[in-house]
Design a protein around this ligand. Structure first.
Ligand code: E4P
Length: 214
């Protein structure tokens, strides 16, 4: 299992590193926009502190444009993964990158059929969005179950599942039971995963009782 930080914020990423909970980082245009930096500067800053995979998303929607943009990102650092939105032209670019040994993440996956095509085209990662499915009353975790089942049926399908759009700890626990490989977690959810009221209550009781020591 790998845990990624789903953020372009250096402080949040550094916190993940300090905890030993940052095997990589996923970004997207929305997260980069929040930093107030250019795409290139934001990705460079992340690559300066993260040794694991750093996912940089292309904006082009034609295969040639995706390829050019992806090659530029890949030239920033050796740990770049080119993140490509699921689409017909994107699949063509995935195949080209795979032939060149450049890692790709096919993102915005909302169905098992999309995940199958991305994996077969040669994607390193497929990235289903659980939270956005839940938002429209379709159980996101069930999608992870389906994709994991299909990939397990075909050992030659080596693409790893990155669970994305995580909104709460159950978006980690249930896909983990299904065998998803990677969980890209926002800082707030990471914090929620640490906490349990009985832990807080237990610590308070132990500290209280320690006052009775002779
Ligand atoms: C990560 O790769 C995704 O872009 C991200 O998890 C999307 O999260 P959101 O649905 O909360 O925007």
């Amino acid at each position: 299992m790998k845990i990624y930080v789903d953020s372009a914020d250096i402080a949040e990423i550094q916190n993940g590193l300090d905890l030993g909970l940052c095997d990589g980082v996923t970004t997207n245009p929305t997260l980069i926009a929040k930093t107030g930096k250019s795409m290139t500067t934001a990705i460079e800053d992340i690559c300066n502190i993260v040794e694991g995979d750093v996912h940089a998303e292309v904006l082009s929607l034609d295969a040639e444009g995706i390829y050019k943009e992806g090659k530029e990102y890949a030239s920033i650092a050796s740990n770049i993964v080119v993140k490509i939105p699921m689409c017909h032209e994107g699949l063509k670019a995935v195949k080209r990158f795979a032939d060149e040994g450049i890692k790709t993440n096919v993102t915005l996956i909302f169905s098992t059929s999309q995940a199958i095509l991305a994996a077969k085209a040669g994607a390193t990662n497929v990235c289903p969005f659980v939270g956005r499915l839940d938002d429209i009353s379709i159980p996101g975790n069930e999608l992870i179950n389906e994709i994991a089942t299909v990939f397990n049926n075909y050992p030659t399908m080596t693409a790893e599942i990155i669970v994305a759009s995580i909104r709460n700890p159950l978006h980690v626990v249930e896909p983990a039971m299904a065998g998803a490989h990677i969980f890209t977690i926002p800082a707030g959810v990471l914090k929620q995963m640490e906490n349990h009221p009985l832990t807080d209550k237990g610590i308070a009781a132990f500290l209280q009782d320690a006052k009775k020591f002779v």
